[in-house]
Design a protein around this ligand. Sequence first.
Ligand code: HEC
Length: 415
Amino acid sequence: MRLAAVILWASLAANAQPTYSREVSRILQQKCAQCHRPNDIAPFALTSYEEARIYAEDINRVVTERIMPPWKPVAGHGEFEGNFGLTEEERRTLQDWVMAGAPEGDAADLPEAPAATGEWRLGEPGLILQPQAAFTPQRGRDVYRCFVVTNPFEETRYVTAMDVLPGERKVVHHVILYIDERGQSPALDAKEDGEGYTCFGGPGFNVTINSAVGGWAPGSAARHLEEGLAVQVPKGARLVMQVHYSAKVLAEDMTRVGLYFREEKPRKLVRFVPVLNTSFRIPPGEARYEVKGDMSLPLSTKVIQVFPHMHLLGKEIKLELISPLGRSTTPMIYIDKWDFNWQGFYNYKSEIPWPAFNTMRVTCVFDNSAGNPNNPSNPLKEVRWGEETQDEMCLAFLGVTVDNEDLIGRFLPGF
Ligand code: HEC
């Protein structure tokens, strides 16, 4: 009797139209509200029935056209932590709910509000970095600004996590923290008035395998690296915070970066290996120009994170791991609708072995035609590798650990 009742209830529930209180609120909470909440990057909140109802038609359109949520990696090419992409079922539920007239349902079904965390999700950081003065980005355009921040440590430190607290969430789009080992950034800073200096693609100085601490984009949640791993910040090295502003309103910003450390030397260091092609020439007018770059190392590593990077002509970027003689291919990441404004550092759910002498291949597709609304060049011109807005890059940084660190000096002198 009881079993029959449960089955009946289950089949009724399966056929019932989705309601805000039961299904939709949960999807919005998990996949949208990290940006669609008061004072965050999105233009409106989606944290109550009223708000969801007002924007119901828009929600239907953006999820159907896959504009939102802005999770870029295509499913089936790498599994990442903190994935806020919609599953097909979630997408259908949102569509069905709007089609059914956006019913509220029974408020008793609402999920619990997410637990409040302190200002910093991971607790008080070991070090908080911030520019010396606030910065007001020009309104109505994308601004890339690098701030040189002092690293106060006399010793080499080991970073296990990085978090970002935008000063003004409405204008801060993403943040990358670079390490300036050779002290090139103060000269760049001095050349320009105001706090920081303009920097578009990278930080404006030579980037090596030891030049990055990490990145942050809206919607991503800070996490500690797996037990025993850390990124090294050498003593005396300057830290450079690159902030991408996309300011629809005029606002002053003072973004803070929080770093978390471990005291002891880690079991393994995370290093950044670039997979890239720097010798391409994209002909003017070419709407689909493909560029490939290969990298293989003489030592075996484990890949733990990936940061794909192109500029404004980029359309697609794909990374694959190819075994010797091409016997097998492991898809690492694929972004089929590249958007320079939504760049992410993606952490693999579990590390991916990259055996010695296996090829990591990056494939980039560029659109250098007049039909590309993002094309910064008018008239069109041949485009090559470079740091400027009108230059391009075809690059993926991989955060890796080396299996046998003792062999690094012998086989990878640059590391
Ligand atoms: C990572 C942050 C982020 C997440 C997650 C996110 N959004 Fe957005 N959303 C934005 C931003 C920012 C905009 C403003 C437009 C832009 O800059 O792309 C926006 C705009 C929108 C718009 C208006 C766009 C238009 O064309 O009218 C809708 C509707 C929307 N989001 C719905 C959603 C829904 C539904 C979800 C979850 C399934 C979601 N968003 C998840 C950041 C986010």
